[in-house]
Ligand binder design. Structure first.
Ligand SMILES: [Zn+2]
Length: 229
């Protein structure tokens, strides 16, 4: 964890030791939560608003308090924007949904998918069938059935879907995915941080019930998928 050491709590009705307030002031400026200006020497309205704006990411009702060792201190210490993969589209409120979770996600996270067209979804399905799960599908359904489906992937789409799902990969039919409706985001990263990603998205979703649907799932291809309303 980067250094963000507080001796006592900072914020609303807190001791607000000037050294502690300065640490928070500096951090809020570094992450772009407040404007750049000279430290006033005490907790002023700008710093207070910065604390609340940071907490809005993960609290339905920000309390304006940074306790020593508490959640807000932890998030501020690790606050960092994550990359969005090339070509990912986040139209409308998808971008807002990503922006709330983004800086809180564990290191190694990135936005791997947003809006996808039906053709994009079809390419993913075909890639699962032809590459990712080819061996497992042949083992389960046999070479002949595999080859028969492969002969015309588009005409045999129902069968292709059945086989990919049959080896444990959840995938929406092309045309029906929430990604195609512009209502879903996938977060990539090493599988070791999947649970942490889910925990963060759940926390953020509870703080923004008007935006997130609450549907959050770990996909077998290593992504954490969440949806907006
Ligand atoms: Zn997804």
């Amino acid at each position: 964890m980067p250094n963000l050491i507080l001796r006592q709590a900072v914020g609303k009705e807190c001791p607000n030791n000037p050294d502690d307030v300065k640490v928070i002031y500096q951090r809020l400026m570094d992450i772009g939560m407040i404007i750049c200006y000279d430290f006033p020497g005490y907790l002023d309205d700008i710093i207070m608003q910065g604390i609340i704006d940071a907490q809005r990411h993960f609290m339905l009702v920000p309390d304006g308090v940074i306790s020593v060792g508490g959640k807000t201190q932890g998030f501020l210490a690790n606050w960092k924007n994550k990359p969005i993969s090339a070509g990912v589209q986040l139209p409308g409120r998808l971008r807002e949904a990503w922006d709330w979770v983004d800086p809180l996600l564990p290191d190694g996270s990135y936005c791997s998918s947003g809006y996808r067209s039906a053709d994009d979804q079809r390419r993913i399905l075909h890639n699962f069938f032809l590459n990712t799960y080819r061996t497992q599908i042949i083992a389960k359904y046999g070479q002949a059935a595999y080859d028969a489906a492969k002969a015309d992937l588009r005409a045999n789409e129902a069968k292709v879907l059945e086989m990919v799902r049959g080896v444990g990969q959840a995938i929406a039919a092309p045309g029906s995915s929430m990604h195609q409706k512009g209502k879903a985001v996938d977060i990539g990263g090493p599988s070791a941080i999947d649970n942490k990603q889910v925990e963060i998205v759940k926390l953020v979703a509870r703080a923004h019930p008007d935006l997130y649907s609450g549907k959050i799932l770990k996909e077998r291809n290593g992504c954490v998928h969440f949806e907006i309303v």
